[in-house]
Design a binder for this molecule. Structure first.
Ligand code: UDP
Length: 324
């Protein structure tokens, strides 16, 4: 196949793993990234890299035409729930406004297939677990609301354009490529597994559990941690589904079972063989007590079979990346 896939935000953590998966599958990949949080060295050598902003309509038009892109995947955006409370408008600008400009440009350019990185944050605090795609959408953070806004815009646009979309709602993504070609990089880490492996690697003195008075068995929050390479596989399958003429779809990406914050920290200590101090702090704003995916749709419609559903394996790869 000679048609190219544009990956917006392909120098970031998840985008670069998807770029690797597509390159490994022999696809022609073009990465567009402004490097505000992404890193040039995470972009696969086989991909074409263009530095720029997804909201730059002229640039996006030119890139789509020059490389003959028929499909795209959209990862660019701001992703830290707690930060979104401090700076709501930049979240709306990056995730909704820039995303909308990008969407308009791509739809006008005749892009057929659009894979969007959505999030479990669109559900807020679900009434029941595991949460299925039909659950009420009640995001409780500016992050979740800005991501849902673009998901809705995309669905509305695809009603009248010849574009079809897949919105993949990620649960908690962690781990690194098996060959350590990419992994999570953030100047200031906020995600649990990243912080815990940094502590295990001696890059920080210790860490804090944000609240142990949640209505869960050990009082700490429960999340469904999915290996980034299983998530990347879901993207490759979603694109193949759209390219084969499949209908637009919205699908959860998670394993269907969760671990508490304390269980994750214990697993990091066990897998790394390193101990580190763990303090207790107050709850963090915007954290629902528990989030676990019902991923039956992803399995049924895309034939997705998780290959790395193993918390220790996820943590081992994250720790190896951290100490690389
Ligand atoms: N968490 C924690 N200490 C940390 C970082 C995270 O206790 O230093 C908790 C956080 O409060 C949440 C869970 O770990 O309950 C997962 O948070 P993360 O930021 O990794 O992902 P999110 O669920 O916010 O997308």
């Amino acid at each position: 196949m000679t048609t190219a896939i544009l990956i917006a935000g392909g120098a970031g953590y998840i985008g670069s793993h998807v770029a690797l998966a597509l390159c490994d599958a022999g696809r022609k990949v073009v990465v567009l990234d402004d490097l505000s949080t992404g890193r040039r060295d995470l972009v696969p050598a086989a991909a074409t890299f263009i530095e720029g902003d997804i909201g730059d309509r002229d640039l996006v038009r030119r890139v789509l035409a020059e490389h003959g892109c028929t499909g795209l995947m959209m990862f660019a955006g701001s992703i830290i729930v707690s930060e979104s409370f401090q700076m709501p408008l930049p979240y709306w600008r990056n995730n909704a406004a820039a995303g909308l400009a990008f969407l308009e440009t791509c739809v006008a350019a005749g892009i057929r297939h659009f894979v969007y990185s959505s999030t479990a944050a669109v559900y807020g605090t679900p009434d029941r677990l595991p949460v299925a795609e039909e659950a009420t959408l009640r995001p409780i953070s500016p992050y979740g609301r800005s991501k849902l806004a673009l998901e809705w815009a995309l669905a509305d646009a695809c009603e009248v354009a010849p574009t079809r979309f897949a919105a993949l709602r990620y649960f908690n993504v962690a781990g690194a490529d098996a060959d350590l070609r990419s992994g999570q990089v953030s100047p200031v880490a906020t995600h649990l597994i990243k912080i815990a492996v940094e502590a295990a690697a001696g890059k920080r003195d210790g860490m804090t559990v944000f609240g142990d008075d949640y209505p869960t068995p050990d009082g700490t929050c429960i999340r469904d941690y999915i290996h980034v390479s299983d998530l990347a596989d879901a993207h490759v399958l979603a694109l193949a589904h759209l390219e084969a003429g499949g209908d637009s779809l919205i699908a959860n990406c998670g394993y269907g079972h969760g671990f508490s914050v304390r269980e994750v920290i214990e697993a990091v200590k066990r897998v790394s063989g390193r101990d580190f101090p763990v303090g207790l702090g107050p709850r963090r704003r915007g954290d629902p007590p528990a989030l676990v995916a019902d991923s039956a749709r992803l399995k049924r419609m895309l034939g997705w079979t998780p290959k790395r559903d193993d918390l220790d394996l996820i943590i081992r790869s994250a720790f190896e990346w951290e100490t690389k």
